[in-house]
Design a protein around this ligand. Structure first.
Ligand code: F6R
Length: 261
């Protein structure tokens, strides 16, 4: 795991977008794992800029989102499909046929989860998985006690996650109480992971995930087991990390990071 601290959320999002862009440039047919939420909005804005200003080409890219709400249709404004179309897909040259999210309306959720796992494998696996961290410590909708080897499945959302996301719905009580999510094991199968956390509200849970013990109580801590995981944070989210000086030294001195300064 490598932690990179950037001065503010803008710089953190720009760096995350640059790493995604480098992945696409080095492999135009990359399979990206994508996340939704407030943190990612700035990353997608940067990717759209890279597409418009630097001709970043998504024509061969495939994407798999981490999660979707159970019971919401793709055109529901609260659905993650709607979010992805609005924030990213409608503004770049990706083929929508190559953008996958779990089907929240599937009659048989177990079959839908199996189908999603199979589709990821058929596409060759995820090259780069983008992740945010929830206040419950979740990645995707892997709420506390999600098995570290879990696969895509339907998961009940915790009160913490409901409190985090309900305000985004016109009628907060309408927020679904379950989501389909890639499992922690599915995420760990990705060839590389990129966790982005910004803002002081994430400082405490981020420090637990990065520097605390690996525990199913904090799903994001499982990323410590991944051999290629970058964690990008802004100053506000970094405040409770104990090894900040060391992380800063690496970014300032390791040759790999020179191109990003
Ligand atoms: C959503 C997802 C979640 C979010 C997390 C942070 O697809 O994967 O794990 O990344 O809840 O959300 P924000 O960025 O809204 O704080």
């Amino acid at each position: 795991m490598e932690v990179i601290i950037r001065p503010d959320s803008h710089a953190a999002s720009v760096l995350a977008a640059r790493l995604i862009s480098n992945q696409i440039i080095s492999k135009p047919s990359s399979v990206l794992g994508l996340a939704t939420g407030g943190t990612m909005e700035r990353v997608y804005e940067e990717l759209v800029k890279l597409h418009n200003n630097e001709e970043l080409d998504f024509s061969l890219v495939s994407t798999f989102n981490l999660d979707e709400y159970v019971g919401l249709a793709p055109d529901d404004p609260g659905s993650y499909r709607h979010y992805m179309n609005e924030q990213l897909f409608n503004h770049i040259n990706i083929d929508l046929k190559n953008t996958y999210l779990p089907n929240g309306l599937a009659k048989n959720l177990k079959n839908e989860c199996l189908r999603y796992e199979q589709k990821i494998v058929e596409c060759g696996g995820i090259d780069l998985q983008l992740l945010g961290i929830g206040k419950s410590g979740h990645i995707g909708f892997n709420e506390p006690l999600s098995a570290l080897q879990s696969r895509t499945r339907a998961k009940a959302l915790t009160p913490t996650t409901i409190a985090q996301n309900a305000p985004l719905f016109p009628t907060p009580e309408d927020m679904p109480r379950r989501g389909i999510t890639m499992g922690v094991g599915t995420i760990l199968d990705s060839k590389s992971c990129l966790l982005l956390a910004t803002g002081e509200s994430k400082a405490n849970i981020l420090a637990k995930a990065v520097e605390g013990p690996v525990s199913s109580m904090i799903s994001a801590s499982a990323l410590q087991l991944h051999p290629m995981c970058h964690v990008i944070v802004d100053e506000d989210a970094a405040t409770e990390l104990t090894q900040q000086e060391y992380y800063r030294w690496i970014f300032d001195n390791e040759p790999d990071w020179a191109q990003f300064k």
